[in-house]
Ligand binder design. Sequence first.
Ligand SMILES: O=P(O)(O)OC[C@H]1O[C@H](O[C@H]2O[C@H](CO)[C@@H](O)[C@H](O)[C@H]2O)[C@H](O)[C@@H](O)[C@@H]1O
Length: 257
Amino acid sequence: MSIDAVTPHAIPQLAIFTDFDGTLVEIAETPDAVEVPDTLAQQLERAVRELDSAFAVLTGREIADIDRYLAPLHLPIAGAHGTQRRRADGVVETVDPAIVLAAEEIAHAVSPLVQANPSLLLENKEGAVALHFRQAPELETAVRIAMEEAVHAVTDFTLVPGKMVLEARPRAASKGEALRAFMREEPFLGRTPIFIGDDTTDEDAFIAAQDLGGVGIKLGEGDTAARMRIANVASVHALIQGLGDIAARDREVALMH
Ligand SMILES: O=P(O)(O)OC[C@H]1O[C@H](O[C@H]2O[C@H](CO)[C@@H](O)[C@H](O)[C@H]2O)[C@H](O)[C@@H](O)[C@@H]1O
């Protein structure tokens, strides 16, 4: 085969979606204690460039949290489990005030349990609530009961278990729906999605990526819909770097044709 017969793209043009906690950074004892490597933002910036900006974070955290950890990057982000979304053009979609209010009501309803047990940690996010029991694993059942009661008192919210946390989010929002929304827009449109995550809250997005012809990559063990696995956070960083390298090489080959 002559070199002219080689297709310009060695792999399909990719859109990379990644989770944050447990995937881009190691899990820490509390949400504020995560250690973000100094080089992470720079590493991501390069991959973002090589992938023509088809790179987004899908996270349970709020968008502002991720902006702070990945400064000066301002990536497309779905925050609070898909309740918030900042598109690639920088526009942040407005969260329905009824959803914001319902989340506040849930947080208010579980606050007596938190006041009685200061080792619990409540995160009151825009349109979602997380109740962490990492510092008090013995309170998992009490957390579940309180969150179930609180969610039943509002409309259209559901519970999602995470790592030593129980979260409430709107039924209509998920990382899967967020991934599908990004994929309908430039610069993601027409690309092949890859989603990397580590948690049960990532399952919707594994399924969405695979429905759209791409791949879900699960970090760690446990049942999953993802077709591929990756061992640890360091391997995720290496994978993102490698995919950036391939995109850069494909671009060079394409320029030669
Ligand atoms: O979707 P993610 O980006 O993985 O975010 C999921 C939740 O992550 C955070 O909680 C988890 O990470 C903490 C720091 O490592 C850890 O202390 C906690 O036990 C984990 O559950 C974050 O605080 C939540 O808001 C996110 O929804």
